[in-house]
Design a protein around this ligand. Sequence first.
Ligand SMILES: Cc1cc2nc3c(=O)[nH]c(=O)nc-3n(C[C@H](O)[C@H](O)[C@H](O)COP(=O)(O)OP(=O)(O)OC[C@H]3O[C@@H](n4cnc5c(N)ncnc54)[C@H](O)[C@@H]3O)c2cc1C
Length: 329
Amino acid sequence: MQNCLIILQHNGEAIEESSQRLCANLWRSVVQAGSKVDSVVFGDCPADVLKPLGRYDIKTVHQITGTPDDFYSPEVRVSKLIELISSGGYTSVIMPGTLQGREMAPVLAARLDAGLVSDCVGFSRRAGRTEAVINIYGGQYQMVCELSGYYNVLLMADINYGVLELPETGEVSINTVPVAKRTGEPALRLLETFRLPATELEIGEADIVVGIGRGIETGEDYRMMQELGGAIGAPIGGTRPAVDAGWIPFEKQIGQTGRIIAPELYVAAGISGAVQHITGVEKAKIVAINNDPQAPILRLADLGVIGDFRIIVPLLVRKLQALGKEGRQ
Ligand SMILES: Cc1cc2nc3c(=O)[nH]c(=O)nc-3n(C[C@H](O)[C@H](O)[C@H](O)COP(=O)(O)OP(=O)(O)OC[C@H]3O[C@@H](n4cnc5c(N)ncnc54)[C@H](O)[C@@H]3O)c2cc1C
């Protein structure tokens, strides 16, 4: 892993938090082990947002300029990446395990004939070689893979290892590369971009997440949880049964076979606290509402409320709304 290219996501005003966590985790592992790391961002992003990446010892940021429409298809991003990989001599390509990363990684690995590692949590060294570490069985075991391909594509789990003390400065050079404008009919066309309500925002970026489980049984229950999310500005994620029941999409499943997220606060309603679920929110403070005093989540929670969420959540929403009004007065 001498020459790594990491793919970072931004919103035009800031590098996304999952990408910043990725930089911090790579700084601890591969940068400290002597690897050279450059990065690539897709879409226009001001230099003052990119320059601070130097503090993670990133040497060059390749900025592929263009509008979101230009990058809608993963094919466009992958073709541009392949050009950069061959001109820059990169052998490892590392990306955050976001939806965009999950969409790009297999296409890139197939085009490069590369090994693909998913849900990588870090790296170790053995006999001068770098190995990828993968968490399995909800983090109770780890699997170590040797990176023996000429090219390796690594999709990282989103892990927040806490605060990293880094120097404020570090030189980074920005290499601006225009995206090739499409000719002919695009395979996919971007029709619209709109801001989602708070309850539907990306759970990996949120400070507070509302979690729902099998206890949510009716549309009325779900609307109640949406109101709670709206009142505290939190998106809704949840357990596998909540996904199976169709209340939330798979991207919002938290846990061993879903996402590992790092909000500051997780408000869980109608969730028992199975290890396969809790492993996805281990770093968060947990407030749990459950009507079974024996539910494991009540032992794990920082604040446990024993009761029916159908009674507690509306009271909570009213209280939060009243507090919000007081705050505005
Ligand atoms: C290999 C493997 C991987 C898995 N991966 C995942 C994963 O990634 N994510 C995941 O979530 N699960 C995963 N699971 C499933 C996991 O083991 C649990 O079955 C699941 O998390 C339970 O979800 P739940 O808490 O919603 O449901 P339950 O365990 O059925 O709990 C429902 C809870 O709701 C409470 N409740 C019901 N009604 C109310 C009410 N009105 N008010 C308050 N409380 C109420 C009940 O008391 C109960 O505690 C995996 C399992 C396996 C074997």
